[in-house]
Design a protein. Structure first.
Length: 147
């Protein structure tokens, strides 16, 4: 009897949540929605220059084995992924000589600078520092509504 009640409860909860399962997918934002502030990007520039430019170049186009962080190649490589994916890559592997040493706030500022350098629009709210929040923001090469 208890197993039947448990099964019915789980089934009910699954069905009750079904109408909302697509809501999250529809609510997903993109880098075109102004997901960082201009001030945050300005704070990120000197951090980038100090911690990233020696490998990725002053103009973010990459050098040697370090990939570009701006331009078509960068956007193509990350198109369809999320800012959470990119944030975690930066947070856990950069800078190459001391991975994970910058902290979430600095990494978010650097990522805001990278978004700015790629000409994604700034907005009114700072870029989040939590992967779960950034996982809701898609990197898209093409502005929604344009083909």
């Amino acid at each position: 009897m208890n197993l039947r009640i448990a099964f019915l409860t789980v089934t009910f909860l699954a069905l009750a949540g079904a109408p909302f399962s697509n809501l999250r997918a529809d609510a997903t934002r993109s880098v075109w929605d102004g997901v960082y502030t201009q001030d945050q990007a300005k704070q990120g520039r000197p951090l980038y220059n100090e911690s990233c430019s020696s490998c990725h170049g002053d103009n973010l186009i990459g050098q040697d084995v370090a990939p570009a962080l701006a331009g078509g190649e960068f956007i193509s490589n990350w198109d369809g992924l999320t800012l959470g994916d990119l944030f975690e890559r930066i947070r856990t592997t950069m800078p190459a000589n001391k991975p994970g040493s910058l902290g979430r706030e600095k990494n978010a500022a650097i990522l805001a600078y990278i978004l700015s350098a790629n000409q994604f629009p700034a907005g009114k709210s700072e870029l989040a520092q939590q992967k779960e929040v950034l996982d809701e923001i898609k990197i898209s090469a093409v502005k929604p509504g344009k083909k």
